[in-house]
Design a protein around this ligand. Sequence first.
Ligand code: KDO
Length: 333
Amino acid sequence: MTNSHISRRTLLGATAALGAVGLPALAQTKTVLRISTPAVPDDWHAKMWTVFKDALEKSAPGEFDVQINLNASLFKQGTEPAAMARGNLELSSISAFDIAKLVPEFSIFTAGYIVRDPEQQQKIFNGPIGAELFKTVSEKMDVTPLATVYLGTRQVNLREAKAVKTPADLKGVKLRMPGSKEWLFLGNALGATATPLAFGEVYLGLKTGTIDGQDNPLPSVRAAKFYEVTKQIVLTSHLVDGIFIAISNKSFNALTAAQKQKVTAAAQAAAAYNNENRLKEEAQLVEFFKKEGLQVSTPDVDAFRKSVQATYQSSEYAKVWPKGLLERINATR
Ligand code: KDO
């Protein structure tokens, strides 16, 4: 064996050892950001996480290992806030309904017909009301909201077509809602019989008839293909829905000031991407569903609004809404 052979072998051995020990050691220096969401891959609030990942890779190359888990594959829908508080999950998009469980005053945003439109939604949460409430969210839930995502305006979507003008017409309709009492309250306030079911089970529930309908924004009805197993969309527009990109305080506090700023900017870029695309698509989807053979009907929205608002006003929820908050929301333009 010549000297050059020995040295080449030694070198190869050293490289292999580096590969086995050195590389994983390097990878460990990256901050892992695990994301869990029930969103389906084709929905904008799933795709926005790729925007988040790319933005972060650009602003902080090699510093983060962003791991995106869709379809509730890492944590069940609604269990993300607890997982984040425990430090088992870094990021998620959480709903007003998730927040209301621990921050009761937030239930004002689970009530139907409170927020007028997506533009007002952004102003509310990016202004003083958002700043005050997010501070309480951080204190009580140990997560920091970073950006407000427009999920869309929720509409009723039925398995069998039905004349629906007022809440009375939804009597007896088994309307699937996500599984928490705040969600069920909304479904019942619409006049239906609210039935809890996780998002991932809705398609089959509609197909087999264990539920008569569900409510979601039109872009999610498209992305999750609910239109394949339903015959009607009733444009109740009962909730201008929002979700909040949130990070666990444990993870956020471990970042440097520069990293905090970059993670926040990436979350805001992701939300902006979602909001822009979702709004554009939402405006076009009625035509799409009609082409797919669905009936798209407009009920007496005033009748729904009056009835739903009255139901909330006389409920336990309204009792914990801070004095003047509703007026401040209404005055936000
Ligand atoms: C749903 O289960 O109907 C819902 O729209 C509730 C939202 O808060 C959010 O969890 C959403 O599902 C999922 O992200 C799936 O789109």
